[in-house]
Design a protein. Sequence first.
Length: 157
Amino acid sequence: MKHRKLRIAWSVAWGVVAVLLIALWIHGHWYQDSSTVWVSKSTMVYSESYNGWIEFGYSQFDTRLEDMSRHPNTGINFHYVDHSSPDVSPGGRWSHYLIREPSAFAFGVVAPFWLPILVSITISGLSWLPFRFSLRTLLIATTFAAVGLGLIVWLRH
């Protein structure tokens, strides 16, 4: 049982993520939450939750073509609405979007809250499985990761 303390720390960290997501899921039945993180003056990452659904997105604006005065492009912004109405919910169904315009690029995913909770619980238990892999397996996995990242870059341009 090599690296036992690291496995315990990994499981506890992902378990805490799962518990926090469950708390946000419960909170989302009474409030609509949204958070925005401006990575730079023209790039933001955001999330929104409402009534059991969560949306994650990324937006990038061309500051030469887009009027940036309407965007508070600094820091981290949080906002919540008490007893929000269904017309401002992030969807209520599985969806995704990709927007490519001259002045902006955006993509996002809307999914039910149980999906990131299930993923975090699964990741927390992965370190306890007896993995043994060869150099060939590592090279194949690295190749798939490189192809996936290459597809993302290719789709973005």
